[in-house]
Design a binder for this molecule. Sequence first.
Ligand code: SAM
Length: 281
Amino acid sequence: MTEESPALYVVPTPLGNLSDMSPRAIETLRRAAWVACEDTRRSAPLLRRFGITARLLAAHEHNEETAARQIAARLDAGESVALVCDAGTPAISDPGARIVARVRAAGHRIVPLPGPCAAVTALSASGLAEPHFLFYGFLPAKVRQREDALRELARLPHALVFYEAPHRIEETAASLLAVFGPDRTLVLARELTKLFETIHACPLAEAPAWLAADADRRRGEFVLVVSGAPLSTGESDGEGERVLRLLLDEGLTVKQAARLAHAITGTARKAMYEKALQLRE
Ligand code: SAM
């Protein structure tokens, strides 16, 4: 079985419900000589629970370089290493990406296991039907930077996925409303897979009152999913039309200009195409 050959195995662990630990994850961790953990105190109970006796190695955001060197040395010695984070998938708003890059650059095989990830779990229950989503992770903590970051996303037609901590959930909901306006849908996914799991969808306008109504709604861990920007008709989209006109004036075809104006401004491609046809006429 491939799990026996030395490699760095990237192993997701449960978000809360231990039954989400996959048989393959358990087997991989049992076979690994070493488990690199974001926080050994957090991972040790989980590992004990599944009878995993591997030696532990610290791999957190402040020692990724050192951890990568240690992991590469273990792999050079013919031992397998599994990488885990406190909960969910390593390298997704968690340490791991730099370790993976360095270990691969050192010539070793990386074997990812699929498994729990809060963003994907929330999306699957969001009911949002956008064909694309953008995973953002944590927004900046300061309101000004947070709203600047949101403004950059405001025109994208994709579902947007954010992580948020309980002590900032209300201010982040307020920022989403301030930048995206009242009509877009917000799905608050709280305490996923845990006892008090709550998934609530509402227009952004209603989110602050919903959160304020009950302190329990503001506790725990959150994923926020926001529906994409509505398709613009082009008429109301000054920036899209401005860019489109420039591109058409440069002699681009309707199709090229619509594609580029969409890529530059985020305005719906179909709306840009229709506007370009109108402008050409
Ligand atoms: N690597 C993890 C993953 O794959 O989802 C994410 C780690 S990140 C440091 C922690 C954030 O993920 C939390 O602040 C919260 O936004 C989200 N999260 C983790 N577990 C969650 C849960 N059970 N319910 C809702 N959100 C969760």
